[in-house]
Design a protein around this ligand. Structure first.
Ligand SMILES: NC(=O)C1=CN([C@@H]2O[C@H](COP(=O)(O)OP(=O)(O)OC[C@H]3O[C@@H](n4cnc5c(N)ncnc54)[C@H](O)[C@@H]3O)[C@@H](O)[C@H]2O)C=CC1
Ligand SMILES: C[N+](C)(C)CC(=O)CC(=O)[O-]
Length: 484
């Protein structure tokens, strides 16, 4: 799949980062003299965010192929994302240039916030392949993309976008500004009035959003939230109670405050007071870290955007290179996310156990003790664990686990895991005793021959002496040492 990006500003840069981090090379054209620096900085922030967000091994990133001309960028592209400034005559010119140089089958997605496909398609040679693919900033994290313009081309575009972790929402009928920006514009217009009329500052308005309904919107949106707000009687009761207020009306939705110098000065001044101590790139990183935390919380709850993250991770695992054969077994890897780091700035202690537990699960699958096996009412329970914490681990590091089988009998097996950094440093070891159990009866039972044979095969590879610490407990503190 050949991807081209025309325009590498705020949104183009975000698209480029998403495609690159998903493993695609991207041909980019942007005549801005500092385009390479700007895109490079966006990509650096995006990489940092992805390393914190995902626990699965990330794909090998693609490359940015800088093109001196638009024609060179789109020459052999399958999908082209246009993200030039929001001016219709410029978009028409860019689309005409793309059509003159790109293969006839290439899809053209436009990031436009407001124009309809019918407007973008005016004068086009192959109008049906021109679509709106409107994302939200930051494109490398927020999955939703509004796809407007029907037909087979929209279906193909949705497949391409879903494959890089987006959630395409197809909009049945074109309207100015699609859906998201209609809603945002209503809120923005109202907020401008509140500042204009001296009711609230930019910071007070932002606080009401971020300490209040903004938190609800990240996980349930508008209608599901209001359903709950109707109490046990739900949506009907909510509409009955609060619907009439819409006619009073509280808002000034269709009027626009004059964005004169005085109002611009006031808003810009208040915004400087609120956030001016941070550079834009710093603010991006703060925003990204917060988004990553929200995404991870929603992943733990298997809800909303958390499901998108999980599906993306499943895809990364499926594409990950098969673990190297050989012994000790290397069948589990984990990436340390920002949420795993504690107040000391390194991986918190229980995450070591998580990595070790996940490595044990990978071993169970390796010997055939998988979900199908467990469905028969048999499983393995860990009954003893000894962890040694040997080195600090920072966010973003990729950990590999080496697993040995130190012994087994009919009902038990003893595992040793070593958690290694990329450079081979041992950061922790774990030793674990597991019992094979009948989960219905809650008691240990002998393993069937298939499992025992699988364990025998692994044990046959384990010729090396056991590590010195194997079988040892925590060293006692002798009185002499304690008083020294
Ligand atoms: N900024 C935002 O929050 C969002 C913007 N959008 C849409 O994305 C599009 C781009 O907006 P931004 O990225 O915000 O603008 P921007 O001003 O940050 O970036 C536009 C880029 O296009 C480049 N450019 C100008 N002429 C060009 C040409 N002839 N060929 C190639 N590149 C050219 C500029 O050098 C610049 O880097 C617009 O259609 C906008 O409506 C969509 C979602 C959100
Ligand atoms: C301000 N904007 C209209 C360009 C915003 C968008 O299009 C979407 C977003 O990211 O908020």
């Amino acid at each position: 799949m050949k991807i081209a990006a025309i325009g590498g500003g705020v949104i183009g840069g975000g698209w480029i980062a998403r495609f690159i981090l998903s493993g695609h090379d991207v041909a980019v054209h942007d005549p801005h003299p500092e385009a390479q620096r700007i895109v490079g900085e966006v990509l650096a922030n995006a990489t940092r965010a992805w390393e914190k967000l995902f626990q699965a091994p990330l794909p090998r990133p693609g490359r940015i192929l800088w093109a001196g001309s638009l024609a060179e960028a789109v020459r052999d592209a399958d999908y082209i994302q246009e993200s030039v400034p929001e001016r219709l005559e410029l978009k028409h010119r860019i689309i005409a240039e793309i059509e003159a140089a790109a293969p006839g089958t290439a899809l053209i997605g436009s990031s436009t916030s407001g124009f309809k496909p019918s407007e973008l398609r005016q004068g086009a040679r192959h109008p049906a392949r021109i679509l709106v693919a409107h994302p939200f900033n930051p494109v490398y994290l927020l999955p939703v993309v509004e796809v407007v313009g029907g037909g087979e081309a929209a279906g193909r575009a949705c497949e391409i976008l879903a494959a890089v972790g987006m959630k395409p929402v197809r909009i049945a009928r074109e309207i100015d500004a699609h859906i998201g920006d209609r809603l945002l514009e209503a809120v923005w217009r109202e907020a401008l009035w509140l500042v204009h009329d001296g009711i609230a500052t930019t910071e007070e308005i932002d606080d009401i959003i971020r300490f209040g309904f903004g938190l609800r919107w990240a996980q349930m949106g508008l209608f599901e939230t209001y359903r709950i707000a109707g109490g046990e009687a739900g949506m009907r009761h909510f509409l009955g109670q609060f619907g009439p207020a819409l006619k009073w009306p509280w808002t000034k939705l269709m009027e626009v405050p004059d964005l004169d110098e005085a109002l611009i000065d006031r808003i810009a001044g208040q915004s400087d007071a609120q956030s001016g101590r941070h550079s834009i790139r710093e603010l991006e990183r703060i925003r990204d870290d917060n988004l990553v935390g929200i995404f991870q919380a929603l992943k733990a709850n298997d809800w909303g955007v958390g499901q998108t993250v999980r599906a993306q991770e499943d895809g990364f695992y499926a594409r990950a290179p098969t673990p190297a054969t050989g012994y000790p077994l290397r069948i589990h890897q984990a990436r340390v996310t920002g949420g795993w780091v504690d107040y000391n700035g390194h991986m918190t202690e229980f995450r070591y156990l998580q990595v070790l537990g996940d490595a044990t699960d990978a071993f169970l699958i390796h010997i055939g003790l998988d979900a199908d096996y467990r469905a028969q009412g048999r499983s393995a329970y860990t009954v003893e664990t000894h962890i040694r914490h040997l080195a600090e681990v920072r966010a973003g590091e990729l950990l590999t686990v080496e697993t040995r089988l130190l012994g087994h009998d009919a009902k038990r097996f003893r595992l040793h895991h070593a958690i290694l950094r990329k450079d081979g440093t041992e950061v922790a070891t774990g030793e674990h005793m597991l019992l094979h159990v009948d989960t219905g009866e809650g008691r240990a039972i002998p393993m069937p021959s298939a499992l025992l044979e699988a364990l025998d095969r692994v044990a046959a590879q384990d010729g090396a002496p056991h590590p010195d610490h194997a079988g040892a407990g925590i060293r006692p503190i002798r009185q002499k040492e304690a008083t020294a």
